[in-house]
Design a protein around this ligand. Structure first.
Ligand SMILES: [Zn+2]
Length: 146
């Protein structure tokens, strides 16, 4: 059994649910069987879980020095370049087809028009602007494009 913290994109409810396995969750999600306990919407997403920080001291901590931020941004860029598929201007199509379970989820990045961004937002497709500091150089196409 696995417990997920879930977030409803329709009414912003947060709740937890148990699943037999992560595969079971994926299957139920694809069939839109994972529903909000409050409003019944199927626009439910796993919450991105940050490493647990107990008793955060954030308010007392000094601001992060610029150098650390730059190192962090460089690591973020590298992470995106190494782990995310660059899909160019088909980002909206790819993100949508993953959201509706037509293909397996994978991390992608690419470009959208303002209209596409707006449409994704309205459909509740999870996508976020990549801050310029975290954006790696666009990869050169490898060989002929099919
Ligand atoms: Zn809800």
């Amino acid at each position: 059994m696995i417990r997920y913290a879930l977030h409803c994109k329709a009414c912003e409810a947060e709740f937890e649910a148990w699943f037999a396995s992560s595969t079971a969750y994926d299957g139920q999600k694809a069939k839109r069987l994972v529903r909000c306990v409050d409003c019944g919407s199927s626009r439910v997403e796993k919450q991105i879980m940050a490493p647990a920080v107990k008793g955060t001291r954030a308010s007392n901590e000094p601001p992060v020095p610029e150098k650390l931020m730059q190192e962090f941004a460089a690591r973020a860029r590298q992470h995106v370049a190494e782990n995310f598929d660059y899909v160019g201007d088909s980002f909206a199509d790819e993100a949508r087809s993953m959201y509706y379970g037509e293909q397996d989820d994978r991390p992608i990045w690419g470009e959208t028009t303002a209209e596409e961004r707006e449409a994704l937002k309205e459909e509740g497709v999870p996508a976020a602007p990549l801050p310029p500091a975290f954006t790696p150089p666009v990869p050169k196409p490898k060989g002929p494009v099919n």
